[in-house]
Design a binder for this molecule. Sequence first.
Ligand code: GLV
Length: 350
Amino acid sequence: MAIPYVVSSRIPVTAFSVPVEKATPMKPKVLVTRMLPQAAVDLVSKQCHAEVNRRDVRYTKKQLLQRLKGKVGMVCLLTDTIDADVLSSNPDLKVVSNVAVGYDNIDVPAATRHGVMVTNTPGVLTETTADFTWALITATARRVVEGDRFVRAKKWKEWMLMGFLGRDLYGKTLGICGLGRIGTAVAQRAQGFHMRILYTQRNRDEAKEQALKAMYVDKTTLLRESDYVVILMLLSPETRHYIGRKELQMMKESAFLINVARGPIVDEKALVQALKAKQIAGAGLDVFEREPKVEPGLLRLQNVVLAPHIASGSLETRTKMACMAAENCVAAVTGRQPPNLVNPKVLEVK
Ligand code: GLV
């Protein structure tokens, strides 16, 4: 394919030459759908012509379709729905680079069909997300947020031996659904609490089991025996409502459910019912079925801790994620294979 050229006007003219205008290749055009840390915008802008949404507000579908015209790359967030309509709207599009490790906001099979590379940001958010998982576990088990509300409301009159009693972590059983990178980092931290670690997932990983002293069990055993059930799997058609009424009934009355993966993995209505009926002791949620909408029943319950999808949200990590996504995008639009390609099959399509 011929590369279009633009002309630079700042060329010195010598006595012996007719003015020769030095040509520089035209930069590939990229859409950045939402405000990013400046370091990431700079990375894209160095090699691409970047159109950046400077407002921290997502584009409507109509705006997205309009802005995408003429672009060969897109850096987007998990709040952008990149469906078959979007992917088929621009035949020049080469890459959709998601600033997230999860990519359920993108129709990956449709992207592959249209020859569009999809990339994500694995690795850089693992430790930060594991830290936050523990923040949510401890806050939920030890009623930190409830206690904070109580103190601020000036309701605290006296130290109470039996006030705000939570549940221990030390020596308890942690059940991890999805022992991937983040699940592993969560399990490593559990060693400090001397916890028994159970995990469940499609395939057993014996090397990890040994390293983490974790036990592979089926889903039912994990739900029946764990004091803390932590959801750390990817959202897919198979994992939608992985935790519903039946699963919540299997959990202990003293157990907590923690979700830091994706909201639709848990049936929120069933969760509200289980919490109200005290079938389980509490829940810590960083993600919701219809973000940013939260099932109203959850808002009325004291035994849940709710966070606005911030598990990877440290300044350092969000900056690393944005820069990684920028690099993935730049690689793809400058003819290299991006390091974090989710759909390598696309290379066969192109
Ligand atoms: C955040 O939720 C991510 O998938 O990176």
